[in-house]
Design a protein around this ligand. Structure first.
Ligand SMILES: [Fe+2]
Ligand SMILES: [Fe+2]
Length: 277
């Protein structure tokens, strides 16, 4: 089994004392494959079951050895299954982690059902008992930095989440915002659309959405609440950095003056040690 690749990234946010954390995302554990017809390794040409578990175990060993928290930005599992929940229960039990939900955390199998809000809230009942973080919105202050997680896994942010974010800002700490799906930036979109007909980003502009296949345009068009959230986040100086997953690529860009980072799926062997400084 190959050795985990740990990318190291400094994120300058004006701290006097640096804070480290390990960004792990898109682990895609695949125990009890429910499809019975196509296994994930056939889709991604990766030995998912072995690689995904092994790389995750290497990642959490490293975080524990270094005594740093894991910030996981979703898709810990590929689909809802007892085997996947058992894996989470076993390895989350003594792990210091913060979790932002991903779209796969709410699905039996991508494409199995229409992934709308009703479906998500129903599926959330299955996975929520296995995760310490609140999957809609959560926050935790570590050494004077507020790590805020919110669910944007369906390319939407609600007014309720924005109000909760405002209340976190009111605490006065610098904020690291962690979400599954990155915000649209030109650089992210161009990198992703080299290999895809759409960008899989929250808040894509209308002219770009017009070039997507219709089903993807419907899926990824921001509603007015999401546009309000984006406008607020862009203009709130206490929100210092955005940490994301979902796109299965190592990307770094600036979103409205704030570093936005995505890390490749840990199932492919990459995680990122971030140093806030
Ligand atoms: Fe993913
Ligand atoms: Fe995802």
């Amino acid at each position: 089994m190959k050795k985990l690749n740990i990318i190291r990234t400094e994120i300058p946010i004006g701290l006097e004392k640096p804070i480290r954390f390990l960004h792990v995302t898109d682990t895609h554990i695949t125990r009890d494959d429910p499809s019975g017809r196509r296994r994930r390794e056939e889709v991604f040409n990766v030995d998912y079951e072995n690689c995904a578990e092994d790389y995750f175990l290497q990642a959490i060993d490293y975080a524990k050895k270094e005594n740093i928290p894991v910030l996981h930005t979703g898709d810990m599992i590929d689909f809802l299954s007892k085997g996947n929940f058992d894996f989470m229960d076993e390895y989350f039990a003594d792990l210091d982690y913060i979790y932002a939900a991903g779209n796969h955390d709410f699905c039996h199998w991508v494409g199995r059902a229409k992934e709308d809000y009703a479906y998500k809230w129903e599926m959330m009942k299955q996975i929520a008992p296995h995760v310490k973080s609140n999957l809609y919105f959560d926050s935790r202050v570590i050494d004077g930095v507020n790590f805020v997680t919110l669910d944007d896994s369906y390319y939407l942010i609600s007014d309720g989440q924005t109000e909760m974010l405002r209340a976190e800002v009111a605490k006065g700490y610098p904020i690291v915002l962690a979400m599954h799906v990155p915000f649209y930036t030109k650089m992210f979109a161009e990198a992703i659309m080299q290999e895809n007909p759409c960008a899989y980003l929250t808040g894509a502009p209308e002219e770009l959405l017009a070039s997507y296949p219709e089903d993807r345009r419907c899926q990824q068009t921001p509603d007015t609440a999401t546009l309000r959230a984006i406008d607020y986040i862009k203009n709130e100086p206490l929100i210092k950095a955005i940490i994301t997953g979902h796109v299965h690529r190592n990307l770094e860009d600036i979103f409205a003056g704030k570093p936005q980072i995505a890390t490749r799926g840990s199932y492919e062997g990459d995680v990122r040690e971030c140093v806030l400084c």
